[in-house]
Design a protein. Structure first.
Lengths: 306, 258
C-alpha cells in the first residue's frame, strides 16, 4: 500500500478507498445511534448474537451461489444468507428463553457459539473448494474494509444513511419507547412495531457491517460509542449525537488505518480506536469520569463514603 | 345498568376476568366510576389491583367481560386517559431531564414527524409548576429524590390533559411534602370534573383522600362511597387474617400545604 494515512483520511487515495472510508464512517455513525437506543433498552447483546448467527448463512449462501451461478461472492446473496441465519439464531434464542426457560444471556451464549461453530466448519468446506475467490469470506470474521467492492461500500453507505434518517425522524417516539415502553403504549404509540423497527435497523446495520468490521467485532461498534458518550452527557439527544460521532470517527479512522497497515483487520483497528475513546471518556469526562468523581469524593467527608 | 348512564361514566367495568398463564388474577369484577370522583383501589398484595388498571388501559388481555371508557373502547379514548405507572418500572439513570420526561406525555399529541416546539415545552413547564418542580426542569431525573421523581410522573400525566387519571401506587415511598402535593393535584383535578383512580396501600389515609373505594381480592369484595364501604367487615373480607400486619387504619394523613 503506497498511500499514507493522511492521504487516505483526506480522501486522496483513490475513489475506491475514499468510498470505503465514507461508507465505514456512515456505518459507524448509524451503529452509534442505533446502539444508543439498544444499549438503553437493554438489548446490546442482540447484535452480537445476530452477527455470530449470520456466519453459517454467509457460508451456505456462498455454496449455493457456487452451485447455481458458478460464483458465490455476490453481496445480495451473501446478505440474504446472513439475514436468514441471523434471524434463525434470534428465533432460537427466543425459543430457548420462552420454552426452555433459560436465562436470556445463557440462551444467547449457547446459540451464538453453536451457530458460529457451524459457520467455521462450513467455511472450512468452502476453503477446500478451490473456487478462486472464496478468500474474501474469511474477511467476514475479522473484517476487511479494503476488500470491499464499490458496490459493497455503496450498500453499506445507503443502509447506514437510511438507518440514521429513520431514527432522526422517529427520535421523539423512540425516546419515549426506550425510556418507558408501558407508558408509551398507554399514549397509543405502536410500541410493538417501533420495537420491531429498532430491531430491524439494528439487524440491517449489523448484517451490512460484518463484511467491513467483522462478525467478532461489530458488536463493539454498536455498544462502545453509546457507552462512551454516556460519560459526557445526561441528555439523550446529545448522547445520540456523540455516540454517532464516536462511532463514525472510530470506524473511519479504523478503516483508514487498516487500508494503510498491511494485514491489519479493519474490525480490530476500529475496536482499538473505539476502545481508546471509551478509555478517555471513562477517565476524563466531566462529572461522570473517574478523575471528576475522584476530585468530588475528596470534598466529601470520609464517613459519607463508606 | 341503564345504557345512557353507562356512556356518561368515565369508566364502566362489567364482569371482568383476567388470567396470567392459566392463573386467575381477576374474577368477574364489575365497577363503575362517576365524573369528578377520586377513587381508591385497595386490597392485599396480589389482589389484582395493577392487573385491573392494566386491563382498563388495554395492556393485558381480557379473558371475559368488558371495559367501557366514556362509552367507547380504550383505543378511541387514548387522549382522554392518563396513566402513572409505578416508579420502580423505569431506569432513573436514563439520560433525560425532568422536562424531557414531561414532554413525553405530549408525544402522541405532537404527532409523527413533528418536532417538540416551544409551546409544548411551555405546557410541560406548566405541569411541572403544578407539582412544584419548576426549579428542577433541567435536572437529570437521576439527580431527583424519589418523591420528586414521582411528581415528574404526575406532571407527565397532567400535561396529557386527560379526563380520567389512573395512578398505580403514587404514594409509595414518597416524602410528606410530595404526598401533600399529589393530594392537592387530585383535588384540583376533581374540581375540573376529572376522575381519578388510585391504587393505594396506606389504609390510614383512605378516608381522608378518597370519595370512593373499590376493595379487591381477585374478586370485588365491595365498592361504593368510602363511608359506607371502607368498613371493618369489608376489610377483613378483603385482607383476611393479614389485616393486622397492614397497620393502623385511622392514622392522621400527612399535612397538606394550603
Amino acid at each position: 500500500m503506497s498511500a499514507s494515512l493522511l492521504d487516505v483520511l483526506l480522501l486522496r487515495a483513490g475513489y475506491n478507498t475514499s468510498l470505503v472510508l465514507v461508507a465505514c464512517a456512515l456505518l459507524g455513525g448509524a451503529a452509534g445511534m442505533i446502539g444508543t437506543f439498544t444499549v438503553l433498552r437493554g438489548r446490546a447483546l442482540v447484535s452480537d448474537a445476530l452477527s455470530h448467527a449470520a456466519l453459517p448463512g454467509v457460508a451456505l449462501a456462498f455454496l449455493v451461489g457456487m452451485a447455481v451461478f458458478g460464483n458465490g461472492r455476490s453481496l445480495p446473496l451473501l446478505m440474504t444468507g446472513a439475514s436468514l441465519s441471523g434471524v434463525l439464531g434470534l428465533a432460537g434464542i427466543q425459543w430457548l428463553t420462552r420454552s426452555g426457560r433459560l436465562p436470556e444471556d445463557a440462551a444467547i451464549g449457547a446459540v451464538l457459539s453453536v451457530f458460529f461453530g457451524v459457520g467455521v466448519v462450513l467455511l472450512t468446506v468452502v476453503q477446500s473448494l478451490d473456487s478462486g475467490d472464496q478468500g474474501g469470506l474469511m474477511h467476514f470474521i475479522y473484517g476487511q474494509a479494503a476488500a470491499l467492492r464499490a458496490s459493497d461500500a455503496q450498500a453499506i453507505a445507503v443502509t447506514g444513511g437510511g438507518a440514521v434518517l429513520v431514527m432522526l425522524l422517529l427520535f421523539k417516539e423512540l425516546k419515549a419507547l426506550t425510556f418507558d415502553p408501558v407508558f408509551a403504549a398507554t399514549l397509543g404509540l405502536p410500541v410493538g412495531r417501533l420495537d420491531f423497527l429498532l430491531m430491524l435497523l439494528l439487524g440491517a446495520v449489523t448484517i451490512v457491517g460484518i463484511q467491513a468490521v467483522g462478525i467478532l467485532m461489530i458488536v463493539a461498534l454498536i455498544v462502545i460509542p453509546p457507552v462512551a458518550a454516556r460519560f459526557w452527557t445526561r441528555r439523550l439527544g446529545r448522547m445520540t449525537l456523540l455516540a454517532s460521532l464516536f462511532g463514525a470517527s472510530s470506524a473511519g479512522f479504523g478503516a483508514a488505518l487498516s487500508a494503510v497497515v498491511v494485514g491489519l483487520p479493519t474490525g480490530a483497528a476500529i475496536v482499538l480506536i473505539a476502545g481508546g475513546v471509551f478509555a478517555i471518556s471513562f477517565v476524563a469526562a466531566p462529572h461522570r469520569g473517574l478523575v471528576a468523581r475522584g476530585l468530588r469524593s475528596r470534598r466529601v467527608p470520609v464517613e459519607a463514603l463508606s | 345498568m341503564d345504557a345512557m348512564l353507562a356512556t356518561s361514566y368515565p369508566l364502566t367495568i362489567e364482569g371482568l376476568s383476567v388470567a396470567y398463564e392459566g392463573t386467575p388474577a381477576l374474577r368477574d369484577v364489575s365497577w363503575h366510576l362517576g365524573r369528578g370522583t377520586i377513587a381508591a383501589i385497595v386490597g392485599p398484595n396480589g389482589a389484582g389491583k395493577s392487573t385491573l388498571m392494566k386491563a382498563v388501559l388495554g395492556l393485558v388481555a381480557v379473558q371475559s367481560g368488558s371495559v367501557v371508557l366514556f362509552g367507547g373502547g380504550i383505543s378511541d379514548n387514548r387522549d382522554r386517559v392518563a396513566y402513572v405507572p409505578q416508579r420502580a418500572g423505569v431506569d432513573w439513570e436514563f439520560p433525560v431531564s425532568a422536562l424531557d420526561v414531561v414532554v413525553m406525555g405530549l408525544t402522541r399529541r405532537i404527532g409523527w414527524l413533528r418536532r417538540v416546539r416551544g409551546g409544548h415545552r411551555a405546557a410541560a413547564m406548566n405541569a411541572l409548576k403544578a407539582v412544584g418542580l419548576t426549579d428542577k426542569a433541567d435536572a437529570p431525573i437521576g439527580a431527583l429524590s424519589g418523591g420528586q421523581q414521582q411528581r415528574v410522573f404526575i406532571a407527565r400525566a397532567l400535561v396529557q390533559d386527560a379526563d380520567l387519571y389512573l395512578l398505580d401506587e403514587p404514594f409509595a415511598g414518597v416524602d410528606a411534602a410530595t404526598e401533600g402535593v399529589i393530594v392537592d393535584v387530585f383535588r384540583q383535578l376533581k374540581k375540573q370534573g376529572k376522575s381519578i383512580v388510585v391504587i393505594h396501600h396506606d389504609l390510614g389515609t383512605v378516608k381522608h383522600y378518597f370519595d370512593e373505594v373499590l376493595l379487591l381480592a381477585n374478586r370485588k369484595v365491595a365498592s361504593g362511597p368510602v363511608d359506607e364501604t371502607f368498613t371493618d367487615a369489608n376489610l377483613v373480607a378483603a385482607y383476611g387474617g393479614r389485616l393486622a400486619v397492614i397497620g393502623p387504619r385511622d392514622a392522621q394523613p400527612s399535612p397538606v400545604p394550603a
